[in-house]
Ligand binder design. Structure first.
Ligand SMILES: [Zn+2]
Length: 70
């Protein structure tokens, strides 16, 4: 029986921010440029990195869910 792990996980009771895997665009200059944009923030078919001007590649990132209040 290892109850330690169980106690530990309930001990860190952070305020709940729902997160989900979200489609994003990441700068193709991996390791050099860390720019990324949420996919629904751009209307380009293949966006260009606003910082270094390289193409961006499609990816997935776990992000806090955006509230859609309009
Ligand atoms: Zn870049």
């Amino acid at each position: 029986m290892r109850e330690g792990a169980l106690i530990k996980s309930s001990f860190f009771n952070k305020p709940e921010i729902p997160e989900q895997e979200s489609p994003i665009w990441i700068c193709s200059q991996e390791g050099i440029c860390k720019v990324w944009i949420r996919e629904n923030f751009t209307f380009e078919k293949i966006p260009i990195c606003p910082v270094c001007g390289s193409n961006m590649v499609h990816g997935i990132k776990v992000l806090p869910v955006l509230k859609n209040e309009s």
